[in-house]
Ligand binder design. Structure first.
Ligand code: CTP
Length: 405
């Protein structure tokens, strides 16, 4: 998919710059014509010669080092690029692009580039979570810049946290996804729910579940790489939501119902990956509950089924995808949910099988439509499972409305 495409690889000055060598090599092997631009700071971590050898193209560092008098390098590079990847992207590089600065070869080229831009941030976790960095990423996302989330793990600064550059294969997969699937959801509005809900008992206690939000986040990230305008409604989550999507926090089932029903009429595709509580405490104590007696019996009431509500609101042009966590009778329960909640697709997690379900980075998805099993996906990363689910949804979106109109 990248064969013959011209990719600009921007490398900025963080320790993860050494991984740019593997990334450059993979992009070149995939058939792309890679032109590397490094910041001065990046050259302190990895030499231009390394990237020149791997890309087989001259590496650009200095804006004024004009080697070919027939062109202005930063404009020429920008004009010929089909795609830009910045990996690793430091907080400074992100800020410069958000602010429109052009004070070195990379930033001036980025200002001149009209092609899609993908950013793979890498930095210390506190820097990544700094409000200024968050705001800059949101600003860039609102301009259509795409992001590959950093991973969680050992950071060079000693922290074990989020901020590690995504693995080169994940970055390549994101680029491939854009070339292969880039325009597939262009102009489409996607609504995704993710995470568990919290149902309060009193100001300090609540009922919740093990959902991490990872599956819904992977769907949101994949859809935004496919060109969709994504709104993510998140309950209680244990990981940071992906950059590049509009985030609405709705911690309880009632708040999620309100947010989702307000947004649903605008959505072309809605994926309900959230693990919404089926019951909530009947009474919420205003003050911290004091212990008394040996037993405490909680009275719970049913929450409104959001998916079912959306199924009732659904218009012919809209596609609705539900999730179901099951341990047995997968097909029977999936089909029951599909009909009862008026879904177009139901993705079942067989949560009792190794590698599937809550909290992990992998998942098993069995996907059903009104005719039964559509596809049984093998054990995949949640990112890849999200892409495959969206591929199926995209096919259905083409027909949706036509059948039912
Ligand atoms: N769901 C919802 N609102 C609820 C409960 C669930 O929208 N109050 C949605 C979830 O987002 C998910 C699907 O419904 O898409 C899961 O269906 P559900 O019937 O809740 O699954 P289980 O909890 O596994 O149901 P059951 O107890 O019937 O097995």
């Amino acid at each position: 998919m990248m064969q013959g495409k011209t990719i600009l690889l921007g490398v900025t000055g963080g320790i993860a710059a050494y991984k740019a060598a593997a990334l450059c090599s993979r992009l070149t092997q995939a058939g792309a014509n890679v032109h590397v631009i490094m910041t001065e700071a990046a050259t302190k971590f990895i030499t231009p010669l390394t990237l020149q050898t791997l890309s087989r193209n001259a590496v650009h560092v200095d804006t004024f080092d004009e080697r070919d008098p027939s062109v202005v390098s930063h404009i020429d590079l920008a004009d010929h690029a089909d795609f830009v990847v910045i990996a690793p992207a430091t907080a400074n590089a992100i800020a410069k692009l958000a602010g429109g600065f052009g004070d070195d070869m990379l930033s001036t080229t980025l200002l001149a580039a009209t092609c899609p831009i993908l950013i793979a941030p890498a930095m210390n976790v506190h820097m990544y979570e700094h409000p200024a960095v968050v705001r800059n990423m949101e600003l860039l996302a609102s301009r259509g810049v795409m992001f590959v989330e950093p991973g969680t793990g050992q950071l060079a600064c000693g922290y074990v946290a989020k901020g590690r550059l995504a693995e080169p294969e994940d970055i390549v997969a994101a680029v491939e996804q854009w070339f292969g699937r880039g325009g597939l959801l262009k102009g489409k509005k996607l609504l995704v729910t993710a995470g568990g809900t919290i149902e309060r008992l009193d100001p300090v206690r609540y009922l919740t579940n093990d959902s991490s939000g990872k599956m819904g986040f992977a769907i949101a990230e994949a859809a935004s790489l496919m060109g969709a305008e994504v709104t993510l409604v998140a309950g209680r989550v244990s990981v940071k939501p992906p950059a590049g999507v509009r985030l609405i926090e709705a911690p309880s089932a009632a708040e999620m119902l309100e947010a989702v029903t307000a947004l649903f009429p605008e959505a072309d595709l809605t994926v309900k990956a959230a693990a919404v509580a089926d019951y909530r405490p009947l009474a919420v104590s205003e003050h911290k509950m004091k212990k008394s007696g040996d037993k405490l019996i909680l009275e719970l009431e049913r929450t409104t089924d959001i998916l079912q509500t959306l199924g009732e609101m659904k218009q012919p042009h809209q596609l609705l995808v539900g999730f179901a966590a099951e341990t047995e009778n997968l097909e029977q329960y999936a089909m029951d949910k599909l009909w009862r909640k008026n879904c177009d697709l139901v993705a079942v997690n067989p949560v009792n099988r190794p590698g599937a379900g809550f909290n992990g980075d992998t998942n098993l998805l069995f996907i059903y439509d009104s005719n039964g099993l559509v596809e049984e996906l093998p054990l995949l990363s949640k990112r890849e499972a999200a892409r495959r689910l969206l591929d199926i949804a995209v096919e259905r979106l083409k027909d949706v409305g036509r059948d039912r109109a």
